[in-house]
Design a protein around this ligand. Structure first.
Ligand SMILES: [Zn+2]
Ligand SMILES: [Zn+2]
Length: 242
């Protein structure tokens, strides 16, 4: 496990002042970066070849478009789910500290990784009418104090000038997904999400945001609700991918 730099007790305030420090090693960085070059270089980037649908990387030389074992034999309701980084090593540590140690300032480097998905060919040419964060159950959000997907989506919305709308709600308090296999996850998520009252996504192109894609089941369930409510397309982007 990586040791993160001791956190400034007032990170939001502290970040207003120079010199800027790398959020991992506290080394000096140039604004607007949050990671020094060395730490940035330790973030495992996803490189081709990867699955066109869910971005699962594949080792070996494949040049044609392919579907991976993670999604070849099931219906995923999003058009594509894009991540630029693997949730390993330093990336996994930052995501973990952001979510579970509640280090909110880590939203900045994570949102930069999320923002890098916008140069992926699957998203680069696409136009989006709205950005939608994957919702947490209200009880879970109260417990954590924030929805990590919303914090990241807010920064991306500003970066690409697309409005953010919290049109989904999570109506089932699901137990943690990590202990389940894929079939159990799907079952666990069934009817977990719905469109909020008065929300309208008809004829809209949606960009769905979450912190990490694990199997894609959560994003798929959200996409299904959005498509059933009339969204024309639902692409998904995450800061990292398992
Ligand atoms: Zn560093
Ligand atoms: Zn796939």
């Amino acid at each position: 496990m990586l040791a993160l730099a001791k956190i400034n007790p007032l990170p939001a305030l502290g970040s207003l002042f120079y010199p800027a420090a790398c959020v991992v090693c506290a080394g000096e960085v140039e604004r607007p970066e949050y990671l020094c070059e060395v730490c940035h270089g330790r973030a495992p980037r996803i490189t081709a070849p990867f699955c066109a649908k869910c971005s699962e990387p594949f080792s070996g030389a494949i040049t044609q478009t392919f579907r991976c074992a993670n999604c070849a034999h099931r219906v995923l309701h999003f058009d594509s789910a894009v991540a630029a980084y693997r949730s390993r090593g330093l990336v996994r540590q930052l995501v973990h500290d952001f979510k579970y140690a509640r280090l909110r300032h880590l939203r900045h480097p994570l949102a930069q990784w999320l923002g890098e998905t916008m140069s992926d060919p699957r998203l680069r040419g696409a136009r989006f009418d709205l950005i939608v964060p994957v919702p947490l159950h209200p009880a879970r959000e109260r417990e954590r104090g924030f929805n990590q997907a919303t914090l990241l989506a807010e920064l991306l919305a500003r970066q690409i000038a697309v409005p953010l709308r919290d049109v989904l709600e999570r109506i089932r308090y699901t137990t943690t997904q990590t202990a389940y296999n894929r079939a159990e996850r799907m079952e666990n998520l069934h009817d977990a999400f719905r469109l909020r009252k008065k929300a309208n996504v008809r004829e809209l192109r949606v960009l769905l945001i979450d912190d990490v894609l694990t199997t894609g089941s959560t994003l798929s369930e959200c996409a299904r609700v959005l498509r059933e409510a009339g969204a024309i397309s639902v692409h998904a982007a995450t800061a990292a991918r398992a």
